[in-house]
Design a protein around this ligand. Structure first.
Ligand code: SDX
Length: 391
């Protein structure tokens, strides 16, 4: 039965979400976007081409891709009142909180074009989110730096415009570093979708109530924020820095994890589905070596990460629990080398994941059999009882 997963005990899991977007085999470490292996997509494609593939199901013709790119560029400007929205927030605000709030606020500007049953309005919500999320993200970054916001530059590609919005200033022209641009494009592609992870399931659940796409994506961003999910990439860098600063070394840290001292975890390790090496982690690690060399960056945290991986992968505690590096283990080292502060790492994950969230929202929304989500419950509370007399 296609689309229905069969549980180990042979029962067909009719509760499983049916989707044609991404396939994962956790035991084999396989990840495919619409049937294409992630290794080939990451090597051959661009962020927007992959976004089209995930959202519309097939690779775009050159004209389709050009028109998609043009429509997105023409929607990069935020409403001026939304730019002022950032003035109300403290400079210390975590960029993920800013992102989820600003995307929620985005819906207030488009209330006349949020009909989830009108294909044109669904398309408009799609294009506006793809165009504006990177701008909102860059403004969250600039806000934290106390720097002036730049306006988008529609002469640049999706990735290069994002880099300029983050690292350009009003004082001088910004030149994109092609090494950083290519590496960021690849990282964003690696994050574009991942089947029914917590944030994507959140987007589908919120969307199943016929809530608009902006509100559904805002909920997905909030789910991604958690350190067990997208927030892990920021937590990995914090962990590596703590190992460095503690002076106690990797072996002692691994002992603390194995003894579960103060609930410490090996962040960036383990996965609900991958019980083998996350194929994305392998590709990110390859990029890290290339980019750091090309940028002439020597980062001792990368050395600590590689030692940590080596120790963990030869230790029965991790092997027996099938804990391997996941996509978040090396990404932070790369983002740091590109100049992003740790608090922006999960924001970068969100920008990458947006096409997947949109693809899943549209797949759910277009499916005539979709009903409002209502996860099953197993009641384990008190049996029926009477209210105490006289209370
Ligand atoms: C992402 O779902 C997705 O696809 C998510 C994602 C995506 O693309 O959307 O891939 C992105 O979220 C990747 C995961 C990033 N999170 C982290 O790196 C945080 C650290 N990882 C763990 O919190 C954990 O591995 C999870 C949450 C990712 C997965 O948890 P599981 O599969 O529910 O595993 P579990 O909690 O049941 O653990 C099984 C055993 C336990 O040991 P025992 O109680 O049996 O002794 O493994 C241990 C856990 O304590 N364990 C870890 C560990 N992860 C699991 N021990 C130490 N360090 C870890 N990281």
């Amino acid at each position: 039965q296609t689309g229905l997963s069969t549980l180990d005990n042979g029962f067909v899991n009719t509760a499983a979400t049916k989707s044609a977007i991404t396939y994962i085999d956790g035991d084999q470490g396989i990840l495919r976007y619409r049937g294409y292996p992630i290794e080939q997509v990451a090597e051959q494609s661009t962020f927007l081409e992959t976004a089209w593939l995930l959202i519309y199901g097939e690779l775009p013709t050159p004209d389709e891709l050009a028109s998609f790119d043009t429509r997105i560029r023409r929607h990069t400007l935020l409403h001026e009142d939304l730019r002022r929205f950032f003035d109300a927030l403290p400079a210390t605000a975590h960029p993920m909180s800013v992102l989820s709030s600003a995307v929620g606020a985005l819906s207030t500007f488009y209330e006349d074009t949020m009909d989830v049953h009108d294909p044109e309005q669904v398309e408009l919500q799609t294009i506006r989110l793809l165009a504006k999320l990177p701008v909102i993200a860059a403004y969250a970054h600039k806000k934290s730096l106390g720097q002036a916001f730049l306006y988008p530059d529609n002469s640049l590609s999706f990735v290069d415009n994002f880099l300029k919005l983050n690292f350009g200033t009003m004082a001088e022209p910004y030149v994109v570093n092609p090494v950083v641009s290519k590496a960021l494009e690849r990282l964003l592609i690696l994050h574009e979708d991942h089947e029914q992870n917590a944030s994507t399931s959140t987007v589908r659940l919120v969307g199943s109530t016929e809530a608009n796409m902006y509100s559904s994506i805002s909920a997905g961003i909030s789910a991604l924020y958690g350190p067990l999910h997208g927030g892990a990439n920021e937590a990995v860098l914090k962990m590596l820095a703590e190992i460095r600063d503690s002076g106690q070394g990797v072996a002692r840290f691994v002992e603390r994890v194995k003894n579960k001292e103060d609930g410490v975890k090996l962040m960036g390790f383990g996965h609900r589905v991958y019980k083998n090496y996350d194929p994305r982690a392998r590709l990110v690690k390859e990029s890290a070596d290339e980019v750091l060399a090309a940028l002439g960056v020597k980062d001792e945290l990368l050395d600590i990460a590689m030692e940590l991986e080596q120790v963990a992968l030869s230790d029965d505690y991790f092997i027996s629990r099938r804990l391997y590096p996941n996509v978040d283990f090396y990404t932070g080292i790369l983002y740091k080398a590109m100049g992003f502060p740790p608090r922006m790492f999960t924001v970068l994950f969100a920008i990458g994941r947006l096409p997947g969230w949109i693809a899943h929202w549209r797949e759910m929304n277009a499916d005539a059999t979709t009903k409002i989500g209502r996860p099953q419950q197993l009641y384990i509370g008190s049996a029926a009882r009477d209210w105490p007399a006289g209370r």
